[in-house]
Ligand binder design. Sequence first.
Ligand code: ZN
Length: 125
Amino acid sequence: MSGSGNSDRKIKEMAELLKEGATMLSYICPDCKVPLFRLKNGIIICPSCKRRVILSIETDLKGEALERGITNKFEFKIYVENLKEKIYNKINMMLEEINDINDPNKINNILSIIERLIRILKELQ
Ligand SMILES: [Zn+2]
């Protein structure tokens, strides 16, 4: 009966995660076949092997779109386009902000964020 005890423990751990505000995703861990969870801080983990799972941006977005009830390809495309627009706007805002900043450390911080946003944009193309 050790098998059923093991799955009881898994269910308990998943319930615990949900209580902590984590979201259950529609993806399963390739090793233990249990649903993955996104923690409040954005990190995705497998509750069973306690491993951090990195999804590709597109896979992650598809999961998020699904959670918002977006199920067809066309709606997903619009969702991604909206996201791209938000990222473009953010980059523009930050570039304007740089004009008023003299502190090189702050400028460096902003530039590294912009760099990251551009990388995400590239992945979304
Ligand atoms: Zn796992």
